[in-house]
Design a protein around this ligand. Structure first.
Ligand code: HEC
Ligand code: HEC
Length: 282
């Protein structure tokens, strides 16, 4: 089947290219003028400095270790500041990301050092992603020297046009037929570990229920899809087609009692990122 290209997507792609170009042309003279040690601050968080898989790992750590204080949406609370948005970016802009990394190493304040350096780097990747800086081909390293080479830019302009999810799993984002297809693929590729009922077993986590939904609420279908596509089945990640992975996600949604609708979930990451996972409408 030919891939559908939606005009709004094309438009926003064009807009991103425009912004990047505009940005590059504005930025370079400033850079040339600023005194700079070679090899330092050459890259920026806008250049794609973490991977999707790393962001997803970071999100899971964030959910268990940080969300209580900083909020599931990183919006902060009475007890802790926001980790996203104009103020946060404004406060850190112009630093290099090793500083943010070192700050995260002091968190949670009740037990600093609880996270390993790679886990702190994963959380940092998640925080960067939630400030709308894009993923790229390589992971953010848990290495202070390497992190010193990445500037935290105030690129809220570029950030603003990464589209926010505009649909929800409660809107009916897959079809009954797709659920049945997904169930068959799941039975072949996943059930041996996660069980036919998705309840999990021993060390294998459940893919239904409060724990699972607690971890994924606030993420997008795109993140769940990427988590599965890049890590599952454990012995052969990526071995299914994007459409097959999307069918499995449809089955997972079905078992979590999200309603079916008229159009199937498609295996296109950009489209999946427009769908928020939530258990009730805000
Ligand atoms: C018990 C509540 C609590 C938990 C849990 C917690 N934090 Fe914090 N965090 C704070 C408070 C309070 C501050 C502000 C005081 C400070 O900067 O130390 C803060 C500050 C920060 C800052 C600096 C924000 C800024 O703009 O100055 C970052 C980054 C941060 N936390 C990240 C994290 C991460 C990542 C985690 C999880 C690994 C985490 N925090 C867990 C309470 C918490
Ligand atoms: C060989 C056993 C095995 C198979 C087969 C397998 N998984 Fe997993 N899966 C695991 C284990 C163990 C974990 C926990 C460790 C990890 O996260 O990698 C896990 C984690 C996951 C998670 C993260 C759950 C969470 O709580 O966030 C998802 C989602 C998932 N698997 C989906 C799938 C899907 C879909 C398939 C089939 C395409 C599949 N798995 C096949 C063993 C397996």
């Amino acid at each position: 089947m030919p891939k559908r290209v939606r005009p709004p997507l094309l438009l926003s792609a064009a807009f991103v290219i425009f912004l990047v170009a505009a940005f590059a042309s504005v930025r370079s003279p400033v850079r040339a003028a600023a005194p700079q040690t070679p090899g330092q601050g050459q890259k920026s968080v806008a250049d794609g400095v973490y991977t999707d898989a790393q962001r997803t790992r970071g999100q899971q750590i964030y959910t268990t270790e940080c969300a209580d204080c900083h909020g599931a949406d990183l919006n902060g609370s009475d007890t802790a500041p926001s980790l996203s948005g104009v103020e946060f970016v404004g406060a850190w802009k112009g630093t290099t990301v090793d500083e943010l990394f070192e700050k995260i190493r002091t968190m949670p304040p009740t037990s600093p050092g609880k996270l390993s350096p790679p886990q702190s780097a994963d959380v940092l990747a998640f925080v960067i992603s939630r400030n709308n800086f894009p993923a790229g081909p390589t992971e953010l390293a848990a290495d202070v020297a390497a992190l010193k080479g990445i500037r935290f830019e105030g690129a809220q302009g570029a950030a603003a046009d990464v589209p926010a999810p505009n649909r929800s799993v409660l809107d009916g984002v897959y079809t009954e037929e797709q659920n049945r297809r997904g169930q068959a693929i799941y039975a072949n590729s996943c059930a041996s570990c996660h069980s036919a009922s998705l309840a999990g077993a021993d060390v294998v986590p459940a893919l239904v229920g409060a724990d699972f939904l607690g971890k994924w609420t606030g993420a997008t279908a795109g993140e769940l899809f990427e988590r599965i596509r890049t890590t599952m089945p454990q012995a052969s990640p990526g071995s299914l087609s994007p459409q097959e992975y999307a069918d499995i996600v449809a089955h997972i949604f079905n078992r979590n009692r999200f309603p079916a609708g008229r159009a199937p979930l498609d295996g296109d990451l950009a489209a999946l990122r427009m769908i928020r996972i939530e258990t009730s409408k805000r």
